[in-house]
Write a protein of this length. Structure first.
Length: 102
């Protein structure tokens, strides 16, 4: 199963870490992390992944615990991966603002 990963910077201290596996040209697993460099450390703000066998989004606290989970029950992994990347690119400022309030 080929594994691919990359980083995509969205702003000076904010980036996506994307990791996904494929088999026969189809996505079979992924994780997309929205991350921030803050006060000399790197934090996970939110993530989409395929743990539990279903794509979903986790909103994370500063201690990395899950605050909220949103399931993408009707999406195939390929579609959910694209959705995750697009959502974070378009809405990262809202996710960061929420994280800073926690």
């Amino acid at each position: 199963m080929p594994q691919k990963d990359y980083v995509n910077w969205l702003a000076e201290e904010i980036f996506l870490a994307v990791d996904y596996g494929t088999h026969a040209g189809r996505v079979v697993s992924f994780v997309v992390l929205l991350m921030i460099q803050h006060d000399g450390s790197i934090y996970n703000v939110a993530r989409y992944d395929t743990a539990h066998g279903t794509p979903h989004r986790d909103i994370l606290s500063k201690s990395n615990s899950v605050i909220e989970k949103y399931w993408l029950n009707d999406m195939e992994f390929d579609e959910a991966l694209t959705y995750a990347i697009d959502d974070f690119k378009e809405n990262y400022e809202n996710y960061i603002a929420t994280w800073k309030k926690l």
